[in-house]
Design a protein around this ligand. Structure first.
Ligand code: SF4
Ligand code: SF4
Length: 76
């Protein structure tokens, strides 16, 4: 998987704030957004700003652990 680049899109309105994805990402690319979504949770969000020194590999670990299927992974 080395050298392979990816990106993710998190659907904030599907997220129930369990934060399993945050713990799962080996590159710490997912954070907690500071505004509530319509379900009343602080949703996970993709921390693009972290991409300078850490890159998403498209490993899809975050999407696999998400119980609410809120994460889509795209490989470049
Ligand atoms: S695993 Fe899914 S539901 Fe849980 S915080 Fe991440 S995006 Fe939200
Ligand atoms: S696909 Fe892998 S590297 Fe990219 S955000 Fe998800 S867990 Fe992190």
């Amino acid at each position: 998987m080395a050298g392979k680049k990816g990106t993710i899109i998190i659907d904030r309105e599907l997220c129930k704030g369990c934060y399993l994805c945050i713990e799962a990402c080996p590159n710490s690319l997912i954070g907690i957004f500071d505004e509530l979504n319509q379900l009343g949770y602080y949703p996970a969000y993709y921390r693009e700003e972290n991409n300078k020194d850490r890159e998403c590999t498209g490993c899809a670990t975050c999407a696999l652990v998400c119980p609410d299927v809120a994460i889509e992974v795209y490989r470049e």
